[in-house]
Ligand binder design. Structure first.
Ligand code: UD1
Length: 419
């Protein structure tokens, strides 16, 4: 099994080009099922979850071509036999497989999608996805670990108010309502930039869809599609991760292919902590910071601070003066990285969904084990500032979501290798 070895205490300098967003690409790929015209998606990140989604669409029967050199996916629809099944073997490794449910149901009036099951960070139910699809007229049964969804007469637009905010359920509901008869109004939606990118993509496909600032999304069902070329937005979580790496160990690191306005809550936190940055309209440069200040934060749906950066910001807090606090309000079990960080010398206490981080503390290299995608990358960040060498095991999690992580860090003079 592959491992990463990181030698700490090396200052970073150079520039990092941020990849396209994994979490934006996945719903776009699922939505591609709806269309019968050519779709070209550019700026696709070359990460494992994307390869799994491509495999899933292939399995379903779409003609899909991933050009790794150009980072482009071309999807053609031919009248080959379509399977409306998303099998367990593909959904178990990538929970976003559930996003094909709304598209299959909308287009083929039936779908059989494996229940994704839990994962390290929590139970991760799909009740909100099913709630929305039922409101659109689907009949749903759960049998042998699969969601069996049907709609004899086709989906019908409706008013759907989500009882709580879910990114995936919002995406599934938007995608399903595109081919539903009439108008759908979705309330209490997630408004992440990845959802805005999905809305933009669907507009290019010919959909009549809009959103407002009060978490409402309006979709008018359509019957025909336009061919489309779409560039996926940059990965704001990848950017946030490397900004934190630069704040921890950087002398001068610049970030390209980005738009700072999308990450304003993250930038606000970094500024409050005393991170020295120069922010331009399409570039951020991080300089060596003198003293980092403590801060209290809470993870929230966008535009709040993202749960996907919680583990990474915790490393910065270990280097700040005083007691910082993180309240994790999205997932119930997302402090799995803490025991490993403690083994490296971090001083952290957890009570319920709040972590208290006492800094500054000297971290020392150790052999550690990653439990999920973002926990893995936080161990890499810890390794960058730890004394001696850190060995990170189970890095297959990292490959699910970070494109060429060690190559990007090496370009900035980090000493990191995969063995
Ligand atoms: C997406 C992101 C993930 C991110 C998360 C929260 C993708 C592929 N993944 O995951 O990286 O961490 O948003 O920003 O985009 N919930 C329910 N019932 C449901 C669905 C969700 O109770 O049917 C709960 C979840 O358990 C969780 C919360 O709602 O506590 C938010 O989850 P959700 O926004 O759905 O996350 P994902 O879409 O799975």
């Amino acid at each position: 099994m592959e491992k990463l070895k990181v030698k700490g205490k090396k200052s970073l300098s150079g520039s990092i080009s941020i990849s396209g967003s994994k979490n934006a690409s996945l719903p776009l790929l699922a939505a591609a099922i709806l269309s019968d015209k050519k779709i070209v998606l550019k700026n696709i990140p070359l990460v494992k979850d994307i390869f799994t989604m491509v495999e899933l669409l292939n399995y379903i029967g779409l003609k899909i071509d991933l050009n790794k050199k150009k980072k482009t996916i071309t999807i053609l629809h031919y009248n080959k036999k379509i399977s409306t099944v998303a099998p367990y073997k593909l959904v178990k490794t990538m929970r976003a497989g559930i996003l094909v449910l709304g598209a299959l149901l909308g287009k083929y009036k039936k779908a059989k999608v494996s229940l994704p099951g839990g994962c390290a960070i929590g139970g991760r139910p799909v009740d909100l996805h099913l709630f929305a699809l039922k409101k659109l007229g689907a009949t749903i049964k759960i049998k042998n670990g699969y969601i069996l969804a049907n709609t004899e007469k086709g989906l019908r637009g409706n008013l759907i108010k989500f009882p709580s905010i879910s990114v995936g359920a919002t995406e599934n509901a938007i995608i399903a309502s595109v081919l539903a008869e009439g108008k759908t109004i979705l309330k209490n939606c997630a408004m992440e930039p990845e959802i805005q990118d999905l809305i933009l993509f669907l507009k290019k496909l010919g959909c009549s869809i809009s959103s407002d600032k009060k978490r409402n999304i309006f979709v008018n069902g359509i019957k025909s599609f336009l061919p489309v070329t779409h560039k996926v937005i940059f990965d704001r979580i990848e950017l946030g991760t490397y900004l934190i790496a630069a704040a921890l160990a950087g002398k001068k690191v610049s970030f390209l292919n980005i738009s700072p306005k999308i990450i304003s809550s993250e930038l606000k936190v970094l500024k409050k902590m005393g991170v020295k940055m120069e922010i331009k309209s399409n570039k951020i440069t991080v300089f060596k910071s003198q003293k980092l200040k403590r801060i209290n934060i809470k993870t929230e749906p966008y535009p709040g601070f993202p749960t996907d950066l919680q583990a990474q910001i915790m490393i910065l807090m270990t280097q700040a003066n005083g007691k910082s606090k993180i309240k994790e309000s999205i997932f119930e079990n997302r402090f799995m990285h803490v025991p490993e960080l403690k083994r490296m010398g971090a001083k952290i206490k957890i009570k319920d969904n709040t972590a208290k981080i006492y800094g500054p503390s000297k971290l020392s290299g150790a052999e550690v084990m990653a439990t999920d995608l973002r926990a893995s990358v936080c161990l890499v960040l810890a390794g960058l500032i730890a004394q001696k060498e850190t060995t990170i095991n189970r890095i297959y999690h990292l490959d699910r979501g970070y494109e060429k992580l060690e190559i990007k860090l090496k370009k900035c003079k980090a000493i990191i290798r995969r063995i």
